[in-house]
Ligand binder design. Structure first.
Ligand code: C6P
Length: 418
């Protein structure tokens, strides 16, 4: 179903939703916690916490191994979670969903398993200047090992990919094009369908890093048409230790395993083994069962809220922040495109104050933001910045939270002016 034909979802009530997140009910330095760091990791709603608690209280056993009630229940919950996550990203065949620890592991899995067998000397891999290190360093390692070439789609000063340069790079006939769906620093939402189509026309495979997209907007990997899609569960209201790699069945089936050991085999002899079917071929050893179950509950929670409603809510917050920050905080520097083109992320700098100091002062007012290079050092280099401060939003945030950010930033200015 396209976004246009999906029935309209009711708007979110962030104030009501706060009650779903027990962690928010606390003071920090004597002020109510204002959590503005959902891009680093999301807070967890009660249904996710409860699903994991239930598993440990009632069903804890290893999966795919025991012929007894507990193990059967654990296996059913673990595999059931796969179906829920598949549904969240528009996938019918749940066996195309591989559990990993996070987006980083998903991307490394592709680089090691697919990359080592398909990339050779002189082959071109196209990336972008806005990649998180997780979608850069694995390709650097591969390129060094295979003597392959990395090329980069540059960004405009507004933080948008230069599609004209992409067109030129495609003439190099790259074997692989890998890019982020949404930038974790600029917030830029890339035109992933269009870029995938053009990359395929040029004969390349397409890898998308969806770490900042899946939690915040409708994602349908089949509609996008890409070959691999990676994301982290902990940013999508799931637990840490949960991650996903989706890949087209025929690609996953043709790939060799990433790690060897228990559960990923069908038969083992002293000198040779045969691999299990997908996805288990890529899930060696005892997996993080409770994390998968928690992520399944998170996928249900997100779907119940409605991804369109989540996107609409966060877009409103971003538009509000982009409007109010420059008006109320004189001199603030903002990075990235307009609200229509960005996810729920606002990176900024206060001239003359290091972002770490900004974040530390904000913490005194109960406002939690991130400061640093956000694992995008090349992007910071491109923008001639050593670091930035970043506020990022979730379903429970309100414009009052942004007002609290503004008030705390004014205190930063007062403090550093004196
Ligand atoms: N970004 C942030 O604060 P892991 O660490 O594997 O769960 O996610 C890696 C990753 C990959 N791609 C993008 C676009 C990301 O934003 C992240 C994680 C966090 O921005 C931690 S650096």
């Amino acid at each position: 179903m396209t976004t246009e034909t999906r029935p309209a979802t009711p708007a979110l009530d962030p104030v009501e939703l706060r009650a779903d997140f027990p962690i928010l009910d606390q003071d920090v330095h004597g002020r109510p916690l204002v959590y503005l760091d959902s891009a680093a990791t999301s807070q967890k709603p009660t249904p996710v916490i409860r699903a994991m608690d239930d598993y440990y209280r009632h069903d804890n056993a290893n999966v795919h191994r025991g012929i007894y009630q507990l193990s059967e229940r654990a296996t059913a919950a673990y595999e059931g979670a796969r179906v829920k996550v598949a549904r969240l990203i528009g996938v019918r065949d749940a066996h195309e969903i591989v559990w990993t620890r996070n987006a980083t592991e998903s991307l490394n899995l592709i680089a090691y398993s697919w990359g080592r067998h398909h990339i050779g000397r002189g082959d071109v891999i196209v990336l972008t200047e806005m990649e998180h290190h997780a979608n850069l360093v694995p390709w650097q390692i591969l390129a060094q090992e295979k003597d392959a070439d990395l090329e980069f789609i540059p960004i405009t000063d507004d933080g948008v990919l230069r599609q004209d340069v992409f067109e030129v790079l495609l003439r190099l006939k790259p074997k692989l094009v890998a890019f982020t769906h949404v930038s974790n620093m600029l917030g830029t939402i890339n035109p992933v369908e269009e870029m995938t189509r053009r990359a395929h026309e040029a004969g390349a495979l397409v890898v998308i890093d969806g770490a900042q997209a899946v939690p915040h907007m409708p994602v349908d990997v089949k509609a996008i048409g890409c070959d691999f899609y990676a994301f982290s569960g902990h940013k999508a209201m799931g637990p840490t230790g949960s991650g996903v790699l989706w890949g087209k069945r025929e690609l996953l089936e043709a790939m060799p395993p990433f790690l060897g050991g228990g559960d990923m085999i069908r038969e083992v002899h002293l000198r040779r083994s045969e691999w299990n079917d997908i996805p288990w071929k890529f899930e060696a050893g005892t997996p993080d069962i409770s994390a998968a179950i928690g992520l399944g509950a998170a996928a249900d929670y997100l779907r119940d809220l409605g991804m369109d409603a989540i996107r609409a809510h966060e877009q409103e917050l971003v538009a509000y922040a982009l409007d109010v920050l420059p008006r109320e905080v004189p001199g603030i520097e903002l990075y990235g495109p307009s609200a229509e083109q960005r996810g729920g992320v606002v990176s900024f700098n206060m001239p003359g104050v290091h972002p770490h100091d900004v974040a530390q002062v904000l913490d005194r007012f109960g406002v939690a933001i991130r400061a640093g290079h956000h694992c995008t050092m090349p992007l910071h280099e491109r923008l001639d910045l050593s670091a930035t401060a970043r506020a990022s939003f979730g379903v429970f945030n309100t414009t009052a939270d942004i007002d609290a950010l503004v008030a705390a930033l004014r205190e930063v200015q007062v403090l550093f002016a004196s």
